[in-house]
Design a protein around this ligand. Structure first.
Ligand code: SF4
Length: 349
């Protein structure tokens, strides 16, 4: 049976998943549980071709339109090998219109524009990159293993090659101390790169993450939903009204999933929606957080203007708060952590 990795972007939910490497070659980011407890390895072209043959059998009769190359950093393979895999995939699945992949910024920095152009011509038309933060301090604190220079140079290589670029950013990752720098530096890099998609991935902390220790030691101060919305507001305010799609709508850990649209068309609308949340009173903000974090339902902000809803939810907030100072925020963080992938080890450190 063909292999599959554990994650893919939400936009690839109906894509054929073709595993060309296993796990993540870096695997040290303190916030990321996805591949903890696993080892990185490259698969041979022959192994991948065998998987593609099996998939062609399984999906015979289906019109497969999109494919995603797994796992964490496909372009770490030799460009010639990726080209051969792309050509074979297109030969076996004639209906494929789009092939995409994750790649790390330092890998993209090492790949020349000419190499990336060849990959694009062979069918790899979109690259997904974990930017997370434009702040060198935040990147270092969470052991991301990349620099702002990697992010900019790697991103510009992709754009110059004519590929689509999807950059993932993580509000809340700098904690309270680095929040302002995190927002402004992230906006600064995105303004230079002008990616096609800016995908928001609100930070949540896994109970086993080494960042829990940083919280106990006071090195990392986690942010409330309200503080993260204010950080996103600062980020959007600092982004140019460029032709990039700013997306909160494809990830349920983002509190305000309707803050979503092209920056050159909807920047003001998005700022207004962020302000609408920030202008609610404390109880309404808590009620909205609790409603959103307790289910996957996309409640409109107006739900907390309904007195009947508030009458039902306020006693629950009071009950949670009776557990002591900060109990409500801790409750919300715990609910958020349930949505994270699980590490493949009991000993993540
Ligand atoms: S965030 Fe990306 S680079 Fe970091 S460990 Fe996870 S998969 Fe690897």
């Amino acid at each position: 049976m063909f292999e599959q990795g554990v994650i893919r972007p939400p936009s690839e939910a109906s894509s054929l998943l073709v595993r060309v490497t296993r796990n993540c070659p870096w695997n040290q980011c303190l916030f990321c549980p996805a591949y903890k407890g696993t080892k990185f390895s490259k698969r041979t072209v022959e192994e991948v071709k065998k998987d593609i043959d099996e998939m062609a059998e399984v999906y015979k009769g289906y019109k497969v339109k999109t494919a995603f190359l797994q796992d964490g950093d496909t372009l770490i393979l030799k460009t010639e090998d990726v080209l051969e895999i792309l050509r074979y995939l297109k030969e076996k699945f004639l209906s494929i219109e789009r092939i995409t992949s994750y790649a790390r910024a330092p890998t993209l920095r090492r790949r020349t524009v000419e190499e990336l152009k060849k990959l694009k011509e062979a069918g790899l038309t979109r690259i997904h990159v974990g930017l997370e933060s434009g702040s060198a301090k935040v990147l270092k604190m969470v052991k991301k293993g990349i620099t702002p220079e990697d992010i900019v140079t790697g991103g510009l290589h992709v754009k110059e090659a004519g590929m689509e670029l999807s950059e993932y950013i993580m509000p809340g990752l700098g904690g309270k101390t680095l929040s302002e720098e995190h927002a402004k530096e992230t906006a600064r890099l995105l303004n230079i790169i002008e990616p096609d998609f800016i995908r928001v991935r609100t930070f949540a902390m896994h109970p086993m993450s080494p960042m829990q220790k940083m919280v106990k030691e006071g090195v990392f101060v986690p942010m409330t939903d309200e503080e993260i919305v204010a950080e996103i507001r600062l980020l959007v305010e600092n982004l140019r009204a460029m032709h990039s799609y700013f997306s909160c709508g494809d990830f349920s850990l983002n509190l305000l999933m309707h803050v979503d649209g092209w920056l050159d068309e909807k920047k003001n609308y998005m700022l207004k929606e962020l302000d609408k949340f920030l202008s609610l009173d404390k109880r309404q903000k808590q009620a909205y957080s609790l409603l959103r974090r307790s289910s996957y339902y996309h409640y409109p902000l107006s739900v907390v203007e309904n007195p009947d809803v508030m009458a039902k939810i306020e006693p629950e907030i009071e009950r949670i708060e009776r557990a002591g100072d900060g109990a409500f925020d801790r409750y919300i963080w715990e609910l958020m952590s349930y949505q994270l992938p699980q590490p493949q080890t009991d000993n993540w450190n």
